[in-house]
Design a protein around this ligand. Structure first.
Ligand code: D41
Length: 669
């Protein structure tokens, strides 16, 4: 093929694929089969592989993410992204309507009412229909360049669809809200919990965290969506109403919330608000109110803005559900990372249809700031998300029986002294053997980048701890075959394998051991620096804060954390027992790791009979391979278990090698 021909075909394919993305993701109404779609993708991928110099930056093949960035660039919005003034009551909404009508000297006014998405405002820039840049709202004037991340969101068109009737503007700046669905959020948090990663508090935070990833491959895996609702600069086209603009958005392939409607007057707006309030909990995403906008663009221009928000728009927020109750007690919870959190136990009360019995009080500072005592009558609130908050204490109700609360000096679970690491508000239990943290700590200890103990999966750790076979990480090295064999999904062979990999882990490099100990703030990188400088664990027992601080990259927080860790009596004992077991405590060369499956990608369909999916994944990864979550050309082997799903058909079409469980077991044995 000649170069121009290749280029033309690529462009054609991109346009076609993008159209089908729009049908599938935005309209939820595909017009071709998955197989046909895959063929188009494959053709494009092959052309791009063969002619990488001709590949377009906006190719749909790039939706899987680009190489990670060092930092985000800064984007100046050509027209500032304004904020919204808020209203919390019907009165304020009626006043808004009256004010606007007075300013315009009209008797009635048409509005557009939109559900207020609880997500993150972004701006997308299209030049001649092509997506060229995307940014966060930031402070309204400048935001961060998150183009690569936004490209991975399937409901953001990379090419606008042209229409004979309304042509595409030469420059179009679209504003919208990126959000995560409730389901997607739950799934993501479940995955994170399984991996021992910190959880997101709500879908909004999860969306924000996902968009602020320097590695867009991570963003690509997150369930993010967009709804568009506004513009910055638009060149070459004028709209007479906001509604007309939203209609144009839809024609161009930009996603617009179907619930948005035109209201003839403010009464209709208010009625719609009550409707939204009713359906709010049943929507697949979170909304925190309604945005009311004057429909006529001419009127919008005449009204202008005031104090960084348009006079023609108003956010009518939903009321937070509030109730009054009493605090029966304040208990202290110890989280998986050792953080001590005070939790208020309430006289149970229903708030917005959900029974509330407890709420986190966050930390001692919060308790003091709000002046909360045990026995107090308090107003609690359940806002957008389900987690309740104590809003304020009704001090008039105090009768002298209330008691002050003080955070304990010792961990309520293990009794170890509690430490407040420099720079942190929360006190922590840093005892490596604290039962509240032990499962997470053992999983971390055995994880691939730590001591790399093959076969020490989540369910095994659960059993070992629940059956009291392991109370701290050193116990791992004293496990016997007799103890292991009777465990669920174990058997003689796996037990032997496990003991063997535990044995092997004794010779890991010092940096891995340091990382495996799970010292707060000491990740892989710092572990390496520490191992290089001090060369043995013994040195760390005697190191001083000053010596630590002389090291580049070690600040006061890290230094204080390391000192406290090695001062803790239980930690000393556990390390002593690790030493007795023969775990290497010095800088030594590590033996070669077997990488039998290096570079190979596996995909699973149907149920395996010998192990769970995650165990299979662990095995593959331990051997240097990786596991995909969907069918693509990159996959080398599809492992078929009982009752395989649609992946089997797809894999066959793509010519992927299909193997059964037996063959798979052979490969990993
Ligand atoms: O759904 C939303 N969160 C939403 C936010 C919306 N439907 N419309 C909005 N309209 C505007 C103006 C009127 C300024 C164009 C907005 C926002 N602004 C907004 N989002 C974050 C800050 C401002």
């Amino acid at each position: 093929m000649r170069e121009e021909e290749v280029k033309r075909r690529m462009k054609e394919l991109i346009k076609e694929i993008e159209y089908h993305n729009y049908r599938y993701y935005t309209l939820d109404d595909p017009v071709i089969s998955d197989a046909q779609y895959d063929r188009l993708m494959r053709e494009l991928e092959e052309l791009e592989k063969k002619y990488p110099e001709l590949a377009e930056p906006n190719s749909p093949t790039k939706r899987v993410g680009a190489p990670p960035l060092e930092v985000f660039g800064i984007v100046t919005h050509s027209i500032p992204m304004l904020s919204l003034s808020n209203a919390y009551s019907e009165n304020e909404v009626i006043e808004f309507d009256e004010r606007v009508k007075r300013l315009l000297s009209v008797n009635s006014l048409e509005y557009v009412a939109e559900p207020k998405m609880d997500g993150l405002a972004v701006e997308l820039v299209y030049i001649n229909g092509e997506f060229i840049q995307g940014s966060t709202r930031g402070d309204g004037f400048t935001g961060e360049d998150i183009t690569q991340n936004l490209r991975t969101i399937k409901t953001i068109p990379l090419l606008l669809i042209s229409d004979d009737k309304i042509k595409i503007p030469s420059r179009l700046e679209v504003r919208g809200e990126v959000y995560m669905t409730r389901d997607g959020f739950k799934r993501l948090n479940k995955e994170r919990e399984e991996k021992g990663e910190p959880l997101f508090a709500n879908p909004r935070n999860a969306a924000a965290g996902s968009l602020r990833q320097l590695d867009s491959k991570i963003t690509a895996k997150r369930p993010l969506y967009i709804y568009c609702y506004g513009v910055g600069i638009v060149e070459g086209i004028e709209f007479s109403t906001h509604w007309e603009m939203l209609e144009a958005f839809k024609k161009w392939g930009l996603r617009v919330n179907e619930l948005i409607r035109v209201c003839k007057n403010i009464e209709e707006v208010i009625a719609f608000y009550h409707e939204l309030e009713k359906i709010r909990e049943s929507l697949p995403y979170e909304i925190d109110g309604m945005v009311i906008k004057v429909n006529s663009i001419d009127f919008q221009k005449r009204l202008g803005e005031k104090a960084r928000s348009p006079r023609w728009a108003l956010a009518y927020k939903f009321k937070a559900h509030q109730e009054t109750t009493t605090i029966k007690d304040i208990i202290v919870q110890v989280g998986r990372t050792g953080a001590l959190t005070p939790v208020a136990i309430f006289e149970p009360v229903r708030v917005g249809g959900v029974e509330v019995k407890r709420a986190t009080l966050h930390n001692q500072d919060e308790i003091e700031k709000k002046d909360i005592m045990i026995g107090d009558t308090v107003i609690i609130e359940r806002a957008g998300d389900v987690i309740p908050e104590v809003v304020k204490v009704i001090k008039e109700k105090r009768d002298g029986t209330q008691r002050r609360f003080k955070m304990p000096d010792n961990c309520p679970i293990c009794g170890s002294p509690v430490i407040r690491i420099k720079g942190e508000v929360v006190p922590r239990c840093i005892n490596i053997a604290c039962p509240a943290q032990i499962k997470g700590r053992i999983r971390h200890f055995g994880s691939r980048n730590a001591m790399d103990i093959e076969g020490l999966g989540v369910s095994l750790v659960e059993q070992l701890v629940d059956k009291k076979l392991v109370k701290d990480v050193a116990d791992l090295y004293f496990l016997t075959l007799d103890q292991l064999v009777p465990l669920e999904r174990m058997g003689e062979k796996s037990a032997k394998n496990l003991l063997e990999s535990i044995e092997k882990s004794k010779k890991r490099e010092l940096k891995r051991l340091i990382y495996a100990l799970g010292i707060r703030h000491v990740g892989e990188h710092l572990s390496e620096i520490i191992a290089k400088k001090w060369k043995s664990i013994d040195q760390l027992f005697t190191v001083t804060e000053e010596e630590l601080l002389e090291t580049p990259e070690i600040g006061p927080e890290v230094a204080s954390s390391i000192i406290s860790f090695f001062k803790n009596e239980t930690n000393k004992k556990v390390i002593e027992r690790l030493k007795e077991a023969g775990v290497s405590m010095k800088e030594e060369e590590e033996e070669e790791k077997p990488a039998k499956l290096k570079g190979l990608i596996f995909l699973f369909t149907g149920a395996l009979s010998n192990m769970t999916r995650s165990e299979a994944k662990e095995r593959v990864e331990a051997l240097g391979g990786s596991v995909a979550s969907s069918v693509s050309k990159r996959v080398n082997y599809l492992v078929v278990g009982a009752e395989p799903g649609s992946k089997l058909e797809k894999a066959k079409e793509l010519g992927i090698t299909v193997i059964d469980e037996k063959e798979f077991l052979k490969m990993i044995s």
